[in-house]
Design a binder for this molecule. Structure first.
Ligand code: OAD
Ligand code: ZN
Length: 257
């Protein structure tokens, strides 16, 4: 299970960290209160703040870091049953984790839906609009097109429910870079069997690690990159990890040219 804390080392602010988190830095977006940026009611009146944020997070602006590549390495080794992420920056995909291994619980910019006729489009179709500060419009009915990001009160994607059965099947759970403040995502930490070790890699204790620790819970407190690197070292995967990161860096460099 992952959250915004795995992407702060890539330069993307999280939501709730005091001072640096997005929710304490919303003056530039000119919204009445922080959560308005993800509220449908507000979006229909004024979609501009959301699209300012979308412009910032649109795929292509940021690169994955060791935390993403650690998860990719788990996948390469056939050890990743599923990655449940709350992140909407798409960096899991950029890191090469295939979409079928991913549950993007709070949605994605990879696709977008017309708020009027409900037609679905590739997110790429609207890159030009978003980057050019234009509100994307449906080519069929001219309704406002909203990237498939889950707003407060909206249903989570089908895939969220489809893969819930992963939790009782898992034999290890990593919880990385999330405050576990948002439901229903947060409760999934309690959905693994009680015999299953849960490993938290985060700046502070969160959710059940703070208030209902199990005897086999482990917490590696501090920076996610440091925590992941320590784990990689203990696993003896250092060299593989470096090779993977170097290879992926070259790929991204070539793409940027
Ligand atoms: P939060 O901002 O709530 O929590 C991020 C967590 O990661 C906090 O516990 C931070 O201390 C920790 N953290 C940040 N950077 C770190 C670093 N470099 N090393 C270690 N720990 C670090 O973000 P989420 O839990 O992802 O919804 O927030 C959940 C949801 O709330 C988001 O998906 C978003 C928001 O409303 C939508 O986008 C729809
Ligand atoms: Zn339409």
């Amino acid at each position: 299970m992952a959250g915004a804390g795995i992407s702060t080392p890539s330069g993307i602010p999280d939501f709730r960290s005091p001072g640096s988190g997005l929710y304490s830095n919303l003056e530039q977006y000119d919204i009445p209160y922080p959560e308005a940026i993800f509220e449908l009611g507000y979006f229909f009146v004024n979609p501009k703040p959301f699209f300012m944020l979308a412009k910032e997070l649109y795929p292509g602006n940021y690169r994955p870091n060791s935390a993403h590549y650690f998860l990719r390495l788990l996948h390469d080794k056939g050890l990743l049953l599923r990655l449940y992420t709350q992140n909407i920056d798409g960096l899991e995909r950029v890191a090469g984790i295939p979409p079928d291994r991913l549950v993007e619980a709070h949605g994605t910019f990879a696709t977008a839906t017309c708020t009027v006729c409900q037609r679905n489009f590739p997110g790429e179709d609207f890159r030009g609009d978003v980057m050019g500060d234009r509100i994307p419009r449906c080519p069929v009915c001219t309704g406002v097109v909203k990237p498939d990001i889950v707003f407060f009160g909206e249903q989570l994607p089908q895939r969220f429910l489809l893969h819930l059965t992963d939790f009782p099947m898992a034999d290890l759970l990593f919880v990385i870079g999330t405050s576990l403040e948002v439901e229903p995502f947060a409760s999934l930490a309690g959905a693994v069997r009680s015999s299953v070790p849960r490993v938290l890699i985060n700046r502070e204790l969160v959710g059940p690690f703070a208030w209902q620790q199990r005897h086999n819970d482990v917490a590696q407190l501090g920076d996610v990159v440091g925590g992941v690197e320590k784990l990689v070292e203990l696993l003896g995967w250092n060299e593989e990890m470096q090779t993977l990161i170097q290879k992926e860096k070259e790929k991204l460099d070539a793409k940027d040219k």
